[in-house]
Design a protein. Structure first.
Length: 83
């Protein structure tokens, strides 16, 4: 199998959510959730997988990533060469 057969961009193959979480905790002392990481990825135009844990009611709200955590996640993504 060749690498171009895989449906991954170079950015998606750089760091896992766990690696990003560990980097943010170590560098910034903040804990970030997978939800926050995926929100920041979407803002940066990085493809994320489909969410299969959709809420039961359509009017439920998702917490939005706070600005300081968004900056820390972007820093981690820059560190891993994703943006």
């Amino acid at each position: 199998m060749e690498l171009d057969e895989l449906d991954l961009t170079s950015a998606e193959s750089k760091a896992t959510y766990k690696e990003i979480q560990e980097y943010v905790l170590k560098a910034h002392g903040l804990k970030v959730s997978n939800l926050y990481i995926s929100q920041v990825k979407r803002k940066c135009g990085i493809e994320v997988g489909e969410n299969y844990n959709l809420p039961k009611s359509e009017d439920s709200r998702q917490p939005q990533c706070p600005v300081e955590k968004e900056k820390a996640i972007k820093d981690a993504m820059e560190h891993f060469g994703m943006i």
